[in-house]
Design a protein around this ligand. Structure first.
Ligand SMILES: [Zn+2]
Length: 88
């Protein structure tokens, strides 16, 4: 089961992909956040920072804005996943 949640701004770079991974014995959920493409100079700056271990103290995040409609979409997704018998 897979659900794509696009930001309320409808930009496809602001996307969360929710996956329910199932096999015969186990079910789990993964959440993937799409990484926005950046211009070359920003990627180079980020690469240099990464090499030298310089990170934001808040971590590296992009945001996806959730409105009521998207929240209901997420609620339904998790309710369906939690209803699985073998959810761990
Ligand atoms: Zn957005």
């Amino acid at each position: 089961m897979r659900e794509f949640v696009v930001c309320v701004c409808n930009h496809l770079d602001h996307l969360v992909v929710l996956n329910v991974n199932e096999d015969k014995t186990n079910t789990d959920i993964t959440i993937e956040v799409h990484l926005s493409p950046l211009p070359l100079y920003k990627r180079l700056i980020n690469a240099v920072k990464y090499v030298f271990g310089i990170r934001s103290r808040y971590g590296d995040y992009e945001e996806v804005v959730i409105d009521k409609e998207k929240a209901i979409q997420l609620k339904n997704f998790f309710e369906n996943a939690l209803a699985k018998e073998n959810f761990f």
